[in-house]
Design a protein around this ligand. Structure first.
Ligand code: SF4
Length: 193
């Protein structure tokens, strides 16, 4: 059983399915506050769907953690990745995407003991890439949340709470890499995020 350290963790959160297991894992150890900061998401509609699901899961699963909405400004991401539109997933566009989100979280983490990100629960993302960028900021907690059946557990929880599981990573470029359009609001679909 994990020990409660009494420390405050700012958890960068990309979506409810990824947060599901990570919150379950971290909450016994840390007092978690969720930070939803994702300017990479393709549209405000998609952004709101993911954020709404995060609020719902947080309440329904009984965590009742504080959630900070970092606000949506897709221009921040689009301007940062100019010239990298055709880069493959896990490539240099994702470097910039991770750095944008983790840098903002690190700024806010000055009031916390440490910060982490839910991004490493996904088997579709490069954990080393994420942790290398995270480690360039103070207070970063390296992670590989997919380990020890973390990803499997996130799927179980997503089913249990009927969470919306998007089928693309987030940016408009990742829509094409999944070979499909951004979904109309749907539940229980497969994800590639
Ligand atoms: S594929 Fe995912 S991680 Fe990479 S740039 Fe797009 S949203 Fe960011």
């Amino acid at each position: 059983m994990s020990r409660n350290t009494g420390k405050r963790c700012l958890l960068h959160t990309c979506c409810a399915p990824c947060a599901s297991y990570v919150l379950e894992y971290l909450t016994p150890q840390y007092d978690c506050t969720l930070f939803f900061y994702n300017p990479n998401i393709s549209t405000k509609l998609e952004y709101d769907k993911r954020l709404d699901e995060l609020f719902r899961y947080n309440k329904d699963a009984g965590f009742n953690a504080d959630i900070i909405d970092g606000g949506y400004d897709g221009n921040i991401f689009e301007n940062a990745v100019i010239g990298l539109e055709d880069a493959p997933e896990r490539g240099p566009r994702c470097d910039i995407c991770f750095r944008l989100r983790l840098a903002k979280t690190a700024e806010l983490a000055s009031d916390f003991d440490l910060f982490a990100t839910t991004l490493t629960v996904s088997p579709h993302k490069n954990t080393t890439q994420i942790n290398t960028i995270g480690a360039s900021f103070e207070k970063y907690l390296p992670s590989d949340f997919k380990k020890n059946n973390g990803y499997k557990r996130s799927i179980e929880l997503s089913k249990q709470y009927n969470l919306y599981r998007q089928n693309f990573c987030g940016c408009r470029y990742s829509v094409n890499s999944c070979g499909q359009r951004p979904p109309v609001f749907s539940r229980g679909s497969l994800t590639c995020s």
